[in-house]
Design a protein around this ligand. Structure first.
Ligand code: NAD
Ligand code: GLY
Length: 352
């Protein structure tokens, strides 16, 4: 088992290994010294792993409550959030208890936001079950739900008390979810680690889950420890996300996050080469790896609508937006531009 410590405003461990669900109850109890555990999961994950988690929590002496919602991004909304906090209240959860997110990024984000806001904040534990959640969403304390007008518009920074990555849960992951996770892993290589990028390019991520996930988590840990509340350096984690979020929004969230980020990275890397920020060939190398993992390079949406949707991103400030622009493989710059420049980047990124 690997253990990675995150020293954010709240310090916590990320445990990583095969079969960790069995001992999850003890680990939760040790991290939170709680009496009640409120488990949130979705309709795909709960039937696979809910029973095992419940048994482990009960064995550790915890009283267990469960809430399961329909799987998918469309559940990351105000009504699911509101049901969770109402049920927490009915269960009599206090600040001495714990919310446990069992699932992918959707479960983690909505549970984390409920934990951040219920009684002004209760402890929560992330048990990620997708590759994307292992490498990204379960770490770093960003929690949120979507509003009709945009993604992650209602949220809070709220660090978990513990993260438990049981790598065996990846055995049941559908292929497209594996690919979505790979998109975020490629992002790590692209913004900050050319060795990781080469490793992903050479072999399937699935041949060495533990080391690849651990490397991504360490990179995220380093960034979060430097800039937990995203005032500057943390923005590198948003590589591909400005246009990625625009694709998600324009598709009515039918295009998953990982796929959208893959296309978003291709757009910004293409623009970076065209506008002279990145070395020639940087975009081509990225495209080769994205293709290897069957990730989409193109979008049906046009430059103008993409620029308009991206301008609504929550990262705009005073008419300016910070773009994460690759300058080569494993290096990037944060470039602050007027929101009106988004169209220029979209066009240079190959959109019509
Ligand atoms: P997801 O949670 O919707 O999971 C994808 C699908 O896989 C779902 O249908 C789910 O039921 C299923 N699934 C999950 N684990 C499974 C398993 N082990 N076996 C079989 N099926 C399984 O999506 P995701 O890709 O994990 O996360 C995407 C969400 O994460 C987005 O909402 C995105 O905005 C958010 N996100 C948040 C952060 C953050 O820092 N908070 C970072 C990146 C992404
Ligand atoms: N996924 C982006 C971040 O955590 O900052």
């Amino acid at each position: 088992m690997k253990k990675i410590r995150v020293n954010a405003s709240k310090a916590y461990d990320i445990l990583m290994g095969e079969g960790l669900l069995e001992g999850a109850g003890e680990a939760v109890k040790n991290a939170c010294s709680c009496q009640k555990a409120f488990v949130v999961s979705d309709t795909n994950v709960f039937p696979l792993y809910g029973e095992k988690l419940r048994a482990s929590l009960e064995k550790a002496g915890l009283e267990v409550f469960e809430y399961v919602f329909e799987a998918g991004e469309s559940s990351k909304n105000v009504s699911v959030y509101s049901e969770i906090v109402e049920k927490m209240c009915l269960a009599g959860l206090t600040r001495g208890d714990v919310a446990v997110a069992l699932g992918g990024g959707v479960v983690g984000d909505v549970t984390g936001f409920a934990a951040a806001t219920y009684r002004r904040g209760i402890p929560f534990v992330q048990i990620p079950t997708t590759l994307l959640a292992d490498v990204d969403s379960s770490v770093g304390g960003k929690t949120a739900i979507d509003l009709a007008n945009g993604k992650n518009q209602l949220g809070a920074f709220w660090q978990p008390s513990l993260v438990i990555c049981d790598l065996l849960t990846l055995d049941t992951l559908p292929t497209e979810e594996y690919q979505n996770g790979c998109a975020e892993i490629i992002k790590y290589g692209m913004y900050g680690d050319s060795n990781l990028f080469e490793k992903i390019a050479a072999g399937p991520v699935s041949s060495d889950y533990e080391n690849v996930i651990a490397r991504c988590v360490e990179m995220k840990r380093d960034v979060v420890e430097k800039d937990e509340f995203e005032q500057g350096p943390r923005m590198v984690l948003n590589l591909g996300h400005t246009f990625g979020h625009a694709i998600e929004k324009l598709s009515g969230y039918s295009i998953p996050h990982g796929e959208a980020v893959a296309t978003g990275m291709n757009i910004i890397a293409t623009a970076a080469v065209k506008l002279g920020y990145a070395k020639t060939g940087t975009d081509e190398k990225l495209r080769e790896v994205l293709k290897k993992y069957d990730l989409p390079l193109e979008t049906e949406f046009g430059a103008a609508e993409m620029a308009e949707a991206a301008a609504g991103d929550k990262k705009t400030l005073g008419g300016m937006i910070t773009l994460v622009v690759p300058t080569g493989i494993g290096v990037c710059d944060l470039v602050k531009v007027p929101v009106s420049d988004l169209l220029k980047f979209a066009l240079a990124g190959g959109l019509r």
